[in-house]
Design a protein around this ligand. Sequence first.
Ligand code: SF4
Length: 338
Amino acid sequence: MPPPFIIPIFIAHQGCPQQCLFCNQRGITGASEDMVGPGEIEAIIRAQLTWPRRYPTAPVQVAFYGGSFTGLAIERQRELLGAVQPFLAAGQVQEIRLSTRPDYVTSEIACFLREHGVGIVELGAQSLDDGVLAASGRGHTAAQVRTAVACLKEAGMQVGLQLMLGLPGERTVTALASARQAAALNPDLIRLYPCLVIAGSPLAELYRQGQYLPLTLSQAVILAARLWSIFQERLIPVVRMGLQPSAALEKTLLAGPYHPAFGELVLSRIFFNKVRALLAGRQHQQPHCLCLAKADESIYRGRDNGNVKRLAALGLLNGVETVFSASQPRQTVVLCEK
Ligand code: SF4
């Protein structure tokens, strides 16, 4: 199944009751906080439907991102969703997706969204630890995340959970516990974002005062790899790791584990962990073949061939021939005797 073609519509900060400590949607996306109207939405959709697509048969989704959709007045929600209805009716758009806060989801809201063609709701859960949520000024609890997931599933929608790494008050143990609790909710997808210090966010002030220290890039990559494995064990897809790179983000970034290819760094780390575990357990006297998918070669090698150099430095590649095969499924590693 090809990934959906997503037409994003940014409603920066709209519907949010306050500003969470780490957030500055305008800085991250470059989107204005002006109210987008139905005419504008229609124009955006029409324009993007004409764009060339990598997967022409992929479903088309209109996504309302960047705010708390269900925190908007119900008339405004109806107006925004209404602008997409003609495209749904014509079969040009298959589904609507949106992001919102967990504490702004009830059974009634979930049914309302479903009736208006919403198929996927992404909840900004950020953490399932009440201490971390409070320290991050989120204004909701972990219990409210669980309730929201239940309401959305009950209404027949897919649920995504967005989690943040390195929030104020978070330690590795709380991040891992939080991910396990998130996985237990069996969401349909996960997004992992390292916490960054963005100019204009309340966190920027704490950072300036020395009261918040972001993760280093290396810490964030290692932690994200551990979280990814937790979701992988339950076959829950992690559809994104790291914020979408943009000129606006890079201009407002003050500190934190930002890298334009953060997800690739994490996958590379995951490959390193997998291959190291496999090779460490082999009988050294036997020559072996290490087989990987051809499409995974650059991620396996890592930046500047770093993974291969580290494995070689550990002596783990002695007597090992590495084979990249087009027929091997992606993200799999097989070790066999020659
Ligand atoms: S993190 Fe979400 S809820 Fe908080 S201010 Fe940003 S968009 Fe609004």
